[in-house]
Design a protein around this ligand. Sequence first.
Ligand code: NAD
Length: 456
Amino acid sequence: MGNYREILTKQRAFYESGTTKTLEFRLESLKRLREALASNEQKLTDALKKDLNKSAFETYSSEIGIVLQEIRFIIQNLKKWTKPKRVKTAFTHTGSKGVIYSDPYGVALIIGPWNYPIQLILSPLIGAIAGGNCAVIKPSELTPETSRVLSEMISDCYPAEYITVVQGDADITKELLYENFDYLFFTGSVPVGKIVMEAAAKHLTPVTLELGGKSPGVVHEDADLKLAAKRIAWGKFMNAGQTCVAPDYLYVHKSIKQAFLEQVIKETQALYGAEPIENEQYTHIVNQKHFNRLKGYLKEGQLVYGGKNRGEVLVIEPTILEKVTFDDTVMQEEIFGPILPILEYTDINEVIKGVKQNPNPLALYLFTENKQIENKIIGSLSFGGGCINDTIFHIVTPYLPFGGVGTSGMGTYHGKSSFDTFTHQKSLLKQTTKFDNPFRYPNAKKGMDIIKKIMR
Ligand code: NAD
């Protein structure tokens, strides 16, 4: 028997009591989370400062605020979403009614990464609650302070038979994955995503995988250079580049490359000053292993800007490289740090060919005023989602489903798609007993002729 069977058994019993399924309980649970976030805001901010040197501004704008916005949106819409939906029935089904019920799955396991340790645990949890499920949460061991505060907050908020946190590393996660959950929601790296999917396959458990990869940015010759540079610097160096949807590398049109470089350096300095290493607002690298990995990339290509780093505090300043190729490791691995390689192009087909050398990106950002270029990129490349003339902002709206494709993940969440992810569409046909259409039966007179007329 697995070590976590007891938690699962208790949660399943609670789920079977039907408590979590009522609209009132779901709304009450969401409101409780909102209150808990308000009362723990300072503790969470302090914890993230210790774990990642994340500033109060970033903690609110990219973690707590996003979660609060998601709760508000879901509370506003949940009643409508939970109602069974009447749908049309086909001519062959005359007399019957079609209804779709959004049924909870039962007990969900939510596994999170370290880079946005509040948002990437609580946003899926909101979906699980909205869907009427119980949940076990496994936050990352690499942000221990935040995981500890989250665990205390959740246990103050909810009984363990409804929602509980299990803290621990890869071994603990493997033990959890051994159990037969009703849904797995994983955010993290591609290799661990494969482990999660393999574990899910053993029980045929449905999964959502929110993974990573190399997300390109493309700056076309007609782009608004100042805005492109500002929005790219913001999206890349926020959280020191440790963002799954950060622009990983850029393709910049040759004719504007020099002007863009000057502008992006200016905008980066405007955001973090001339000495970002000393800037209290600038996030640090999560651990020594990632710091060493990122330092290795600094030897590749040609350094255009930045590159200074301090091992004692694990900080690397915003850095720009050029003259890199797809043979360099920095262009083969997901960077996940404040290093921005820039490639140049003259024909948009080079961009399409280059992006296709890597697996499907999680995000893609195109800066252009040209509708044809926009259509060409959208029509030619497969990626999870993205923006035209911006970075990252597509994940902040609850109206757009967020997720990857291919190796960047499967399934989506945020807003309505979180509710859809954590519910099964149970389709029901309610047949009439007032009459019985004879043509479905093999002994009907001229049945075949009539069926051929109707079913074509
Ligand atoms: P990770 O895959 O190393 O860890 C994620 C979780 O899996 C953690 O809770 C960890 O304890 C657990 N884990 C680690 N190794 C395991 C193993 N061998 N078996 C079972 N469980 C294991 O990812 P990370 O380093 O925390 O996060 C960075 C990665 O996550 C990047 O690739 C990034 O792109 C991706 N990411 C994706 C999204 C998204 O929304 N798509 C968001 C953030 C991060």
